[in-house]
Design a protein around this ligand. Structure first.
Ligand SMILES: C[S@@+](CC[C@H](N)C(=O)[O-])C[C@H]1O[C@@H](n2cnc3c(N)ncnc32)[C@H](O)[C@@H]1O
Length: 284
């Protein structure tokens, strides 16, 4: 990440969601209320100006994003499917008895803010790097922070998740939990991803699940971003948020098992892949 600067990729995801809100048909995919809440979050946090949000809301911007899809075909719409997948996993997890939701690398995601009032008996906890989390916290304060939403600002590269949550009074280490790692794991090293899953098993109870997205490994061993992989990886690297981890889908089960989780492809829902990103669910 660029030192001291808020995450550019989190900003891009949020702006894309605003634009997806004006793309015909996307209302059937996007979780209800997400577009309006994201606009408010961007403005209230100061992450985006009124002008940028207005530009993002314009149907012409849909065409602009669709033009950029040449590099990662389908990526623009994939953000809507990714959000829908994560929210669906959280709702299913709560219906199955989870009383905690942990969103890792939350960016400007509004799921916690939107769902906390709907599920007053569930604790929603979000973690993000201070450069982004501090802006987001400002936005949440302005929009009204639900009592059962906790925002934690920490660099997970510097502090262990177990230590961060152990010292937090709202967290229950043995509670059934849904952990969300959306658009995060590819930015961590392989060791950090394994360690993160290990730690997630140490801070959650039986019946917990992790909903995550990941990038598959290509034949050359690099993250597979399709036809323009080399260019795409270069863009990410110079932007300060390089992709570091990917895995082959057929190796995912063994990877998760080593970290104390079981892959649960039957819980995935209708799709396991959108554009370059794959969806995964792990259970314990
Ligand atoms: C691609 S963005 C995804 C944001 C959000 N999950 C979404 O999909 O809307 C990646 C997020 O991971 C966070 N992140 C990256 N490295 C991190 C670290 N070492 N500790 C905490 N958060 C980190 C960034 O700040 C950013 O918000």
């Amino acid at each position: 990440m660029r030192k001291g600067k808020p995450s550019r990729t989190a900003y891009k995801v949020a702006l894309n969601l605003v634009t997806l809100g004006v793309k015909p048909g996307m209302d059937k995919v996007l979780p209800p209320g997400i577009v309006e809440a994201t606009e408010r979050m961007l403005l209230a946090s100061g992450a985006a100006t009124e002008r940028v949000v207005r530009w993002s809301r314009s149907p012409r911007t849909v065409a602009v994003y669709e033009c950029f899809d040449w590099m990662l075909p389908g990526q623009f719409e994939a953000f809507a499917h990714r959000k829908a997948f994560c929210e669906c996993q959280v709702r299913k997890g709560i219906a199955a008895g989870a009383t905690q939701v942990l969103v890792l690398g939350a960016g400007y995601d509004t799921m916690g803010w939107r769902l906390a009032p709907e599920f007053p008996d569930v604790e929603f906890v979000e973690i993000d790097h201070p450069s982004t989390a501090n802006l987001k916290a400002k936005g949440v304060e302005v929009m009204g922070k639900p009592g059962n939403l906790t925002l934690i600002s920490v660099d997970l590269g510097e502090r262990k998740l177990v230590d961060v949550l152990k010292s937090n009074e709202v967290w229950g280490q043995t509670k059934q939990t849904v952990v969300v790692a959306e658009g995060l794991l590819m930015y961590l090293s392989a060791e950090a991803v394994k360690e993160l899953f290990h730690q997630c098993s140490a801070i959650t109870g039986a019946g917990s699940r992790v909903a995550f997205t990941y990038v598959p490994t290509g034949e050359d061993g690099r993250p597979d971003a399709g036809r323009w992989t080399r260019l795409m990886l270069w863009f990410l690297k110079v932007g300060g948020e390089p992709w570091l981890w990917s895995t082959r889908p057929e190796e995912l089960s063994a990877f998760l098992e080593e970290a104390g989780w079981t892959s649960a492809p039957d819980l995935l829902g209708p799709t396991a892949k959108h554009s370059v990103e794959m969806f995964g669910v792990a259970m314990r």
